[in-house]
Design a protein around this ligand. Structure first.
Ligand code: RFL
Ligand code: PHB
Length: 391
């Protein structure tokens, strides 16, 4: 069966869905091809912190009603290290805030809106293959419900995450990859307990990193750094709570509400960039082109800024026949990507315990925290990056 659309989107995560919605609002047709079922996509617990630019994009796409009702606006966070808590007051330092609203909820809101608008989404689409990307009529082949389908389009948006086929469709000799793997992962739990603090706490404890986050006033999200080869089964809920409490400021540990975990998983940490982010008529967005360690809370936000640039470039093409912006897409997106790479890497090295780190590096880490505690400019730089650099 043959289908035709203007933009074929591979991947129904936040990048693919937001792109589909923004294109629809601009009168541009798209079809989304997602490998997993909708239930599966909505069961993944991922990001929780939205930069203000992401909030504004969701508002501009009119998919903000529930986020504005249920999301929590945070004006600051705390960095705890060397026995000292440093408060980063985003609002005072850079006049911006962040929004706490789960990626799962954004994804649900996007699905609901796209359903209402009648945008076609194929779930359970297998064996996606990209063809003729360097021609004027690229296509995506896939199997759905046992049927072989082909989607012809003007452009392909590769929004299929780190393991999807889009990035690999760029010939290896035209691609350059940059990667850093960290020697640890994050063990995360979700629990129906009152969050220990009204704002997020990032702890760079000598036992290892810990993070107190949340999804809403009665749903907490906590993470602790664990060795790369650790297994979820090694961690009972009690063991998790005990270790978390040891890594928090004493005051917070004393009022930590514990309970049964409703989700528990380990995620490895990596920094990765694939350049360029476009080739022929293929454009990569989000985790398909880059991965950041979650310490800077940047992954979802970068996916959103890529979508911003790509949508703008596609509008210029369809409205004015101008393909200049499309040819500049990769450069524009990558500039912002590398800023977020640097920030996430720095937050990660500053706050984690590295098995191999020398005493010299430990002293540098201690001095970084001291600098934050004593320098307004230091805190301002952190706040500027955390709340999001301009597009
Ligand atoms: P996604 O969300 O991975 O979606 C890609 C979609 O493509 C589908 N797919 C395919 N579809 C068709 N055919 C194929 N062959 C396909 N192969 C794959 C997949 O099923 C999937 O549905 O990528 P996208 O849209 O680029 O979004 C990126 C974000 O999901 C990611 O960057 C963030 O979750 C990262 N992240 C965080 N980001 C933040 O901005 N703030 C945070 O606080 C934050 N916390 C986190 C995070 C990621 C985490 N993990 C688990 C990696 C916390 C964690 C623990
Ligand atoms: C989360 O709530 O899942 C979260 C928050 C901040 C981060 C990473 C993850 O830096």
């Amino acid at each position: 069966m043959k289908l035709r659309t203007q933009v074929g989107i591979i991947g129904g995560g936040p990048a693919g869905l937001l792109l589909a919605l923004k294109l629809f609002r601009s009168g541009i047709d798209s079809v989304v091809i997602e490998r997993r079922t909708r239930e599966y996509v909505l069961s993944r617990i991922r990001a929780g912190v939205l930069e203000w630019g992401t909030v504004e994009q969701l508002r501009n796409a009119s998919v903000n009603a529930r986020m504005d009702r249920e999301g929590l606006v945070h004006d600051g966070c705390t960095i705890f290290a060397n026995g000292k808590s440093v408060h980063i007051d985003f609002k005072k330092l850079v006049g911006k805030s962040v929004m706490i609203y789960g990626q799962t909820e954004i994804t649900r809101d996007l699905y609901n809106e796209l359903d209402t608008l009648g945008v076609l989404i194929f779930h359970g689409a297998e064996h996606a293959t990209l063809s003729d990307l360097d021609s004027e009529l690229p296509s995506i082949g896939f199997t759905h419900d046992g049927d072989k389908k082909r989607l012809d389009c003007d452009f392909v948006a590769g929004c299929d995450g780190f393991y999807g086929p889009s990035r690999q469709a760029i010939p290896a000799n035209e691609r350059r990859e940059f990667e850093k793997i960290y020697p640890f992962g994050w063990l995360g739990i979700l629990s129906e307990t009152v969050p220990v603090s009204e704002e997020l706490i990032y702890s760079g404890h000598e036992r290892g990193f810990a993070l107190c986050s949340m999804r809403n006033p009665s749903l907490s999200r906590y993470y602790i750094q664990v060795p790369l080869d650790d297994k979820v089964d090694n961690w009972s809920d009690d063991a998790f709570w005990n270790e978390l409490a040891l890594r928090l400021p004493k005051k917070a540990a004393a009022k930590l509400e514990t309970g049964r975990s409703v989700e528990k998983s380990i995620a490895p940490l990596r920094s990765f960039v694939s350049e360029p982010m476009s080739w022929g008529r293929l454009f990569l967005c989000g985790d398909a082109a880059h991965i950041v360690p979650p310490t800077g809370a940047k992954g979802l936000n970068l996916a959103t800024s890529d979508v911003y640039y790509l949508h703008k470039a596609l509008c210029a093409y369809y409205r004015h026949g101008d393909s200049q912006e499309l040819s500049r897409y990769s450069r524009a997106a990558l500039e912002r990507v590398w800023h977020a790479m640097r920030f996430s890497w720095r937050m990660t090295t500053m706050l984690h315990r590295f098995p191999e780190r020398s005493e010299f590096e430990n002293r540098i880490k201690a001095s970084e925290i001291e600098y934050l505690a004593t320098s307004r400019i230091g805190r301002q730089m952190l706040a500027e990056n955390y709340t999001g650099l301009p597009y």
